[in-house]
Design a protein around this ligand. Sequence first.
Ligand code: NAD
Length: 481
Amino acid sequence: MASSTFDLETVSLIVANQDRVTDVTFPIQSPVKERIIHLCAAASVKDATHAADAAQAAFQAWAKTPASVRRGLFTRAADLLLAKQDLLATYQHEETGCSRGSARHTVGLAANLLRDVAGKISGVNGLMPQIEGGERAAMVLKVPYGVVLGFAPWNAPFILGARAIALPLAAGNTVVLKGSELSPKCFWALGDIFREAGFPAGCVNILYHRPSEASEVCSALITHRAVRMVNFTGSTLVGAIVASIAGQAVKPVVLELGGKAPCIVLDDADLEAAAAGCAVGAFTNAGQICMSTERIIVQRAVAEEFQRLLVQAAADRFGMEAGLLRLVSSAAVRKHEELISDAVGKGARVVLDHPTILSGVDKTMDLYYTESFSPIVSLHVVDTEEDALSLANDTEYGLAAALFTRDLARGLRVAGELESGAVHINQPTIFDDPNLPHGGFKSSGFGRFGGVHGLDQFLQTKSVTWLSRQSFGSGPLRSHD
Ligand code: NAD
């Protein structure tokens, strides 16, 4: 970090392990302190090009670094995350409004993710398939792409930043991470941890830009010659733009996009557990989680009792006095208020004011299809399991879903019909684990972070064949004569 003439710190870019302050900066407003807390260096197209060049320069040596060395670096980075957990949580709290407790928790999850990735590095395996031709043999190698460009949003900067860096990096790629302009200090701190852990210069480069320059800087990064793959975590709207630029340049993308997660409460559910699970799913981090429960669908037979329990659980855990419902920006507050007033103006009823539970939400209201990314949940009452499924699937999104039932066989049947990348039975929609593939169906994206296939998403395959004897004069080689 460097000092500015205005006595506010300036958050630097990190390029080739060097802090870089630019001539142009922009202010970071804290939703907690309600004032500008620091300035941020704004990458230009030239800075973006330098970062991609630095990543390219580091690639060959990094790709050949033994697995044991790479594993040690990741373990060291995980240790540093934990050693700095309180400080990092403070950065996240001040930049995004997330409670300190939740922020601390997410830093711990990021450390866990790095340890998990470290353990997968030596598990990268190729294949030796049987191929046609007696004396011909082949192997399929898994090799890194080169420079991988990642985009990570502000709402869980340590987890989402860590996964966008760690998975490609562990696979032997080098990384340019474009962090969110709403929480740059978190992304700088993450990059600083990789630097302090001992990753060589150029392996991890961290950038942010002014919001007005998003299109220009991101296009320059995506189309940079050295960038061979892109992963984007953010909204479906911007993900589609990123994917189209990458598509034109014929570069693969992993898209981790928005959600509108449903939670179904079946008529045999443990209603207290369901109410608690729905409240946690809907209102943790003020609903600013991609897997947040945005729609609760309950069967009529238990609807009245469930609603009573839900209101109680939401008010107890997330009521006004809990002070846990801070939104990241004034734009987010405006969107939240507009969605509520549009729905209420068209006939939705306020079941609970703060956090907001609405009933009677229908297709005429913006809230029905729009991801609120705020503490609003709509409560729908249906008659049958089939009605619940068709309402749950009536969305362009498909990232996460949950359902509550005492009958696991019934739960598995319903889970099988939900159009979603993940379905959680008897627990909230917010759940993730490094060993589960994370990613969406439909407009929630494609490609997966993590999972049992580990680093595969960030490796490409290469076939190498050979003849065991130099016998070009006979056999299948002549078949095209
Ligand atoms: P966003 O898509 O609005 O912004 C992401 C980034 O895109 C910003 O940093 C911005 O600088 C950049 N951007 C804006 N316009 C651009 C353009 N024309 N070209 C290139 N870049 C541009 O998302 P956000 O507000 O940062 O994050 C919230 C969204 O992310 C929600 O929709 C949430 O569901 C989603 N999300 C998804 C996951 C997941 O794993 N699926 C995880 C977290 C968040």
